[in-house]
Design a protein around this ligand. Sequence first.
Ligand SMILES: [Zn+2]
Length: 346
Amino acid sequence: MSELLRELDEMPLSLLDTEAGDLHAALDGPTLFHLKGGREPALFICVLMHGNETSGWDAIRQVLRGCVVTEGLRLPRSLSLFVGNTAAAEQGVRHLPDQPDYNRVWPGSETHGTPEHELMKAVMDIMADREIFASIDLHNNTGLNPHYACVNVLEHQSLHLAALFGRTVVYFVRPRGVASMAMAALGPSVTLECGKVGQEHGVQHAADYLRACLHLSEIPAHAVASHDIDLYHTVAVVRVPPELPFAFGDEDGAIRFPRDLDRMNFRELPVGSLIAECHVEPAQALDVRDEQDRQVADQYFILEDGCLVTRVPVMPSMLSCSPEIIRQDCLCYLMERYNDHLADAG
Ligand SMILES: [Zn+2]
């Protein structure tokens, strides 16, 4: 058991009117709710792994409001809801300075030894004992991105769960220690990226999706048709080295990104696409790590006349124009089309 975790078998209905920023005052920390419904096993839902990504909480409380009856809540399927980093939500940040990223410390993480690692292990142990129908972890991002689902295993049921959210699906195995990767050991599992915080259609899309999942009697076990999804595989993560100053537009910086950098998300960039202006070789300007954690900047980028450009066709995702997110998380991920591999899923 983890000293950080609270576990509750009911939810006060007043919580459904509580904004993400007020959850810490109401709950006093990470809380796992088990709410009984018409079918077992429970659907497992994670919200607020990142404290500033509030669409998941807004979506699930909208769904639960629709389930309120005189005796309390009537759910079509049992629900285990994990409300994560309430302390960060109170401050409106991804995580507090003295906390690890909550979505990097689940079992399978490359790091260990913090109370938050124990917390996620405790949640997973509890859910392993109770069994799950499926697992859904809800997030927002900062750049211009479509709504999409991520899977961490190429397995039919997880791909069906992903396709139910939309036709764009991303398969990744790095970073490690994310909730959907850990929970994939227990059942079909996805991460949902619901666009930017504060966009009503992101909340609506997520709420419709969660409602549909709660009503599912089963998740198909046959293959997803290749024409039904656009599957991408994350092949590298791109970071700006911590010591290197960067800027956008014509501001001063050792590396200068175009102001509308995030317009390139989910676009297949031709060779020679401008990523940044700078005067150092790709490997000095960007830390690009492949799935084996090797520096591969020179495979993807080349310096030409003071410009860093792509040297192979790639598709970025999660490109952000937020300096804070770029420092705390990364600049972007690089992806390749992966539909050919759908036939390998089992
Ligand atoms: Zn997130």
